[in-house]
Design a protein around this ligand. Structure first.
Ligand code: FES
Length: 154
């Protein structure tokens, strides 16, 4: 079902775990299956620009959810917050080669997780928040609620 790259990230996920000196910890969910992703974010500064100094995740979900979380964190680590915010779920699935169609929603969990962590950091530090990030945050709130309902049914 999965290609070799997806399997490799599933078996050896990058950036999995917690961060001791995190600035932000968030949780997002996938209402389609009840899977959850936690993101831990540490923000630094390089030449006056806020960057993702470190990012880790804990995902409770399928193989694709683990592999996409791994790739998503790799793609944004070291990037500026502005660039990291541009991450789309298609970037993640493209990076992995391909994902079966029925698993595309798994890559959305990872992109929403990254966006929500950046949203919460910006909010905590009274920074400007883009319309795109606001929308993503609304979606994260709604889907987390729906995920909890789904988990109660499982
Ligand atoms: S089946 Fe739930 S995230 Fe993949």
């Amino acid at each position: 079902m999965y290609n070799e790259k997806v399997m490799e990230h599933f078996r050896n996920p990058r950036n999995m775990g917690d961060l001791e000196d995190k600035d932000i910890e968030i949780e997002v969910g996938n209402p389609a299956c009840g899977d959850l992703m936690k993101v831990f974010l540490k923000v630094g500064e390089k030449k006056g620009v806020k960057i993702i100094e470190d990012i880790k995740f804990k995902t409770f979900g399928c193989g694709a959810a683990i592999a996409t979380s791994s790739v998503a964190t790799e793609l944004v680590k070291g990037e500026s917050l502005d660039d990291a915010e541009k991450l789309e779920f298609r970037d993640i699935s493209e990076e992995l080669g391909d994902l079966p169609n029925i698993k595309m929603h798994c890559s959305q969990l990872a992109s929403v997780g990254v966006h929500e962590a950046i949203y919460q950091y910006r909010k905590k530090n009274n920074m400007e928040i883009s319309e795109k990030l606001e929308k993503s945050h609304e979606e994260a709130l709604n889907t987390l609620e729906a995920t909890e309902e789904k988990r109660e049914q499982i």
